[in-house]
Structure formats: structure tokens, C-alpha cells
Design a protein around this ligand. Structure first.
Ligand code: ADP
Ligand code: ADP
Length: 224
């Protein structure tokens, strides 16, 4: 039973033009449920492209994307949006929190959008903030938080609707090494406690070694 299965994914930008670049060539990747996998690649190798395709944010030229055993490739726009919202959490290098809302509200909002009641949404937001050690900062806006705290809140927001799959693109790449280590530890604890499956892109080989498996993206192909 697989959390994510990518089969035969290819992607070319600017096809047929002089600046054509084939980023992915027949890439296949599978993640078992509960598995945490590192994706290591030099800059420009296509890891953002691969994560965006896995996260249903971008379409491959060829190949299939399955999430939780469901083929997402031929879904219409509405179904794709719903699947993305319900089943997938996405984290970027930058937190992308809404600046005019508090930490707590940033985690409440995606739940309200999914039809969860306000009281229940607040309870879950507090629980998540507590797990990553940011509960005392719940009522602060992002600008009043440190970089590490902002990123911890972004993790909570990604998990607000209890997705089965987490996709992360250099989630601690913006932080200094010590903070990065701590924040990454908090993320891993959260992922393990909730039994999430995760594909986490990182340049940091130390961090990659703390995951179950390391995949390398080279010349448009994934090697184990
Ligand atoms: P990474 O995340 O590994 O740095 P990306 O997936 O962002 O790599 O990009 C891989 C390659 O594809 C790069 O050469 C990049 O410039 C190119 N690329 C990415 N997105 C686009 C796009 N929308 N249009 C054209 N080229 C792109
Ligand atoms: P990251 O820092 O995550 O690797 P990038 O800076 O490579 O991200 O890309 C950020 C965004 O810009 C992505 O959505 C990617 O698709 C787009 N992009 C990257 N390279 C190009 C490019 N050469 N032309 C157009 N869009 C690009």
C-alpha cells in the first residue's frame, strides 16, 4: 500500500524552442505508507519540478501520479484541488504564512476552508503548535516570530488537515545550521508521531541520513 507512486514521469520546459530543457526523464518513485524519504539533488536538477508534480501543482508531460492508491493524473481541476487540500501537505523553504493573521489563525484557516468547526480547528491548531514547541507564541503574527518559529508554524499549517503525504522543498534551507537542525528535528518528530509519509528535498546530507531512504536526482533520473 503506497502513499505516493510516480510512474514514468517526464517533464520538458520550453519544448521545441532553443532554450528547451528536459528536467525529468522517465522518473519513477514510490513511497510506502509511513516512509520518510530524502530527495537530494544539486540546484537546478529538477527537485522542485518533481515535488510540484507529486503535489499536483504541476502536470507532467508523461507518466502517472498516484496518491494513497488513487490515480490523480486524469482528474479535473476541482477534484485535483480537493485532493491537494485533503491529502497533501506542502512545505517550502520560505514559510508563506499570511502576515495579517496570527500563528494560530494561520493553522485554523485551512481547516475552516475544509468545513471543520471553529472550536475544533482551534483545538487542533493549539495541539500542533504545542507539539513543535510554539504554543506560547500562538497569538503572535509571523513578523513577531523568529525564522525557526515561523517555519515550525508552517509545518503545523501543512498538517492542519491531517494529510497522509507531506512534500517538503528544502524546509530548513533558509535557517542557520543550528536552528535548521532543531527545526528539522521538530519536523521529524511530528512526522513520526503522526505516521505521515514524507518526501523531503534537502541539500544537507546530515539531515538526509536521518531519513529512511535517500534518493538522488541526477541528469533527470532518480537513483536510489
Ligand atoms: P531545483 O528545484 O532542483 O533547483 P527546478 O525544478 O526548480 O530545480 O528546475 C529545474 C530546471 O528547470 C532548471 O534548469 C530551471 O531553470 C528549469 N525550470 C524550472 N521551472 C521552469 C519553468 N516554469 N519554465 C522554464 N524552465 C523552468
Ligand atoms: P527552488 O528554490 O525551490 O529550487 P526555483 O527558484 O528553482 O525554486 O523556482 C521557483 C519557481 O520558479 C518554481 O515555480 C519554478 O517552476 C519557477 N522557475 C524556476 N526556473 C525557472 C525558469 N528558468 N523559467 C521560468 N520559471 C522558472
Amino acid at each position: 500500500d503506497q502513499a505516493l507512486a510516480l510512474h514514468g514521469i517526464s517533464k520538458t520546459y520550453n519544448a521545441g524552442r532553443p532554450n528547451e530543457v528536459q528536467v525529468l526523464r522517465d522518473v519513477s518513485v514510490t513511497l510506502d505508507r509511513g516512509e520518510v524519504v530524502a530527495l537530494v539533488a544539486p540546484s537546478g536538477a529538477g527537485k522542485s519540478t518533481l515535488l510540484h508534480i507529486a503535489g499536483l501543482l504541476d502536470m507532467p508531460d508523461t507518466g502517472d501520479v498516484q496518491v494513497d492508491g488513487m490515480n490523480m493524473t486524469r482528474l479535473g481541476d476541482d477534484a485535483r484541488t480537493r485532493a491537494r487540500r485533503d491529502q497533501i501537505g506542502f512545505i517550502y523553504q520560505f514559510h508563506h504564512l499570511l502576515p495579517e493573521f496570527t500563528a494560530l489563525e494561520n493553522i485554523v484557516l485551512p481547516q475552516l476552508a475544509n468545513g471543520v468547526g471553529a472550536a475544533q480547528a482551534r483545538d487542533r491548531a493549539r495541539l500542533l503548535l504545542d507539539r513543535v514547541g510554539v504554543a506560547p507564541r500562538a497569538d503572535h503574527r509571523p513578523a513577531a516570530l523568529s525564522g525557526g518559529e515561523q517555519q515550525r508554524v508552517a509545518f503545523c499549517r501543512a498538517l492542519a488537515n491531517a494529510p497522509g503525504l507531506l512534500l517538503a522543498d528544502e524546509p530548513t534551507g533558509n535557517l542557520d545550521p543550528t536552528t535548521s537542525d532543531q527545526v528539522f528535528g521538530a519536523l521529524m518528530d511530528l512526522v513520526r508521531e503522526t505516521g505521515l509519509s514524507a518526501l523531503i528535498a534537502t541539500h544537507n546530507l546530515e539531515l538526509a541520513r536521518r531519513m529512511d531512504r535517500v534518493l538522488r536526482l541526477e541528469d533527470g533520473q532518480v537513483v536510489g
